[in-house]
Design a protein around this ligand. Sequence first.
Ligand SMILES: N[C@@H](CCC(=O)N[C@@H](CS)C(=O)NCC(=O)O)C(=O)O
Length: 212
Amino acid sequence: MKLLMFEHCSLCFRVRMIAAFKGIHLAEQVVEDDDSAAMTDLVGRRVIPILVLDDGTPMLESWDMVDYIDAIGTPVLTGRERPEIAALADRMLKITPFLTMPRYPLLPLPEFRTVAARDHFILRKRESYPDLTLLRARTRDYLAELGPVLDALDAEIDSPQAINGTLSRDDLRIVPLLRSAAVVEGLTMPRLVEGYFRNMMDRVGFRPLPRI
Ligand SMILES: N[C@@H](CCC(=O)N[C@@H](CS)C(=O)NCC(=O)O)C(=O)O
């Protein structure tokens, strides 16, 4: 199986996590941001992640990819999901993009290998995030908004091994968002969130992204 991905993409990380938990090798192909043909030639439009099965069939939905990979052999996502966790993920997603989007193109990520690819990302995001510098300058404000959400998450963490005690989709919901938020220099995670994040990253064997 091959995963077309961006290194900064949290939905891609969700798929990489389940493959890691299952010990299944995914051939990871990082797409450079300006290489639209890598996606359109395969599925007719720009979309990431794309999981290409061994028979060449592309899958386009990250949760479908998770289900497909987890169904190989013995499933590992056996824990229950809780609506509180999905709600917290939604709250995080209302704030974190304003912190992460202006930072990703500053990071040495393979999807931004060339200046053309980096500028392609910046232009592509211009409609939703017209002034990345302004957003970075507001980092303290966004971090202040995010703080109570992370505190609420802290109160929900059952175990550093799994947010609900047993591995579930909720772990694949939250860890990729924490990995994204962790690019922000100055972000402090509450104690249980920090321990959970570090432990989960160790278990899947990925280093956190660089911070800026
Ligand atoms: N439903 C899809 C959503 C995929 C999605 O929104 N991907 C974004 C990146 S995170 C995308 O393709 N953006 C277009 C682009 O990068 O050009 C999934 O969960 O896999």
